[in-house]
Design a protein around this ligand. Sequence first.
Ligand SMILES: [Zn+2]
Length: 719
Amino acid sequence: MMRLDYLDALNRMMESDMDKLARWKKEEWNINCEWVIGTPGTAPGLGYLTTFNTPKFEKYPALGDFDLIREYLPYARKHGIRVLAYLNMHWYSYDFGKKHADWEQRVEDGRSYGSVHPLYGSGTTFCVNSGWRNWAFELIEEAMKTGIDGVFLDGPVVFPECCYCASCREKFSNKYGGEVPSWEDWSNPLWRKFIEFREESMADFLRDARQAVKRVNEEGVIFLNGGAWWPGSWRVARNIEKLSEYEDFNGAEAFFHPGSQNMPLIFWTLEAKHLAAKGKPAVVFSHHALGSWHYVPLPRFEAEISVAQTVSCGANPWFAVFDYALDTRLEDALTPMRSILGFLSRNEEYYTDTVSKAEVALLLSTQTSTFYLSELRELYLDPGTGVERDLRIEEGTGQRKTSLKARKAICDEIYTNSILGAATILSRSHIPYDVILDDALAKGELEKYSLIVLPNSACLSDEQIRSIRGFIEKGGSLLCSFETGCYNEYGDHRLENPLWSILGVERCDGMMLPRVGEEYMKLADSKEKIFSMPAGALIPRPVYSLKTFSKQDAATLCFFMNPIGAYYSAPRGVSNYAAIICRRHGESRTIYFSSLVEDFYTRYRIPDILQVYADCIRFATRKPPVVEVEAPDTVMFEVREQRSTGRILVHLVNTTGNMQRPISSITRVHNIKVRIRGSRPRKAFKLSDRSMLPGRELPDCFEFTLDSLMVYDVIVFEP
Ligand SMILES: [Zn+2]
């Protein structure tokens, strides 16, 4: 999918040769679906103007009588491009806002959101519970009447600190029988209801908007910008679990932004997996812009990687490119898309009807990202950075965050890091995984997995815990960490964590003083070979670690050392606190890390932590995987199966670059080994040039070698 954005210069589209334009998009950009602007997302907030003719709405003046959508549509169809209208549903000028003051979103003191936080510098926004909704539904119907295939709604957004308009206040008190609580008042029990209310208001809006589409065209599609995986989506009332039911596709923004802290290598991979989790067609919006410099295209390799990571995970690519960028840098923008989308276009039959063959599931718990507010007081202590410079080490200040709002921000950051850490370790260790969401865990939709990973999945319902127990009884394994299961789905602290008896945790005596540096864990002796590092090895202790004791019937794989509490001081021997606890349940295994190990990995990237964590995952999954790969850890690897043909498709994305982002050069990787178990594939070839791969039979598998990989390729195993 593509959007060519003209911003305020829509006349440039009007004046172009429509036939040539559509052919160019099909043949050069290789797209088969396009968003054409229906209402512009342009300063100073022109979302109330249409680009198509309708007696019911105001027309974008520069277009005169020219109907941008109806004029373009036949040419798009002729060249095999589906057309969706982009409808901006969140940005309105102050002038338009003034005419509809009762539609505006309001902050608690009654001021309109736009007057407090001008949108993109100027403009305001409307409320999904106000009279605006009917205006919006009518607009959607009018857009559909142009004959398009569907609509994409950019917005609405329930903005942070909103909404306290009269409609919301009334709807809330009718439903919950109380006043709308103050913004982020975590001490008010109704606050959590208000979070839900905002998300449900969004879902209600989308449900009715969908009906507006279907009234005109039963086959018409609708979707919106559904919110990325990052914890914190609750602030803008985006919850894929609630929205998915009313959308035809699940899509969300994953825009590149320069600055490596924003951009883990798995950036698009994780979003694609998140959006694909609901089983609907997923669309990753990767933009083709250098962050907020919209008129500079994404650097070539970043653009190619964005698409490659997206399709490797079974999702669909989307990009926007700006006319102003094409004016001066057309080839920079076009070259990577022609290359990667051309590849997809030539090989389309290998991308349809495929399912992930991952045997590991990673829970992305919206409940935890929304409601996790840890009761561990030490979590809010400033641990310092541990950085040694100018003959001193920056230690913690001992200051503690006290406001619940500040604590929630810390918990959001910790959960973000926990997900990123687990996903990064899985990816770098070449262990394919799927993202699952709360609902799938609650319903026990886990049959295809041999292991579920719950990185500090603090907020779990009783139903989810029952389902985890059932999964283990049926032979599945579990790896989890820190406060997993300590709270219910609304973040209420449990008196006793029901997972502890399963995990082999005897008790927890609170938390060790958080500290960066000079604290250690020690790998225990074990009858079984689990770790690639020798027993007794000292490894860095995660900053946030619990004083946990293991039960008699469980094995402690790793102990914490007694706290040293100072730098350049001698170790003080092994403590009784268990750092990693393993318990067997027949064939199943549970592994519990009593620390924020994934968060620690995200922050410090210590190779020992990756190694120990990956060793535990391999130990817990027991069986060797059906497909495995031997390649540098910057080569990403996904396995999919085509249901209709039984083909196994091994996607390889090479992110081995010049050690920083944006990646401006890729290093070609050689001699990648791919091993497959089971019966010998009839054919093994690489999709880029259909060349057969040399293979050999090993004792328990068949091994094929890919001589070299630049950015992306797929190895096809024909059954
Ligand atoms: Zn409202």
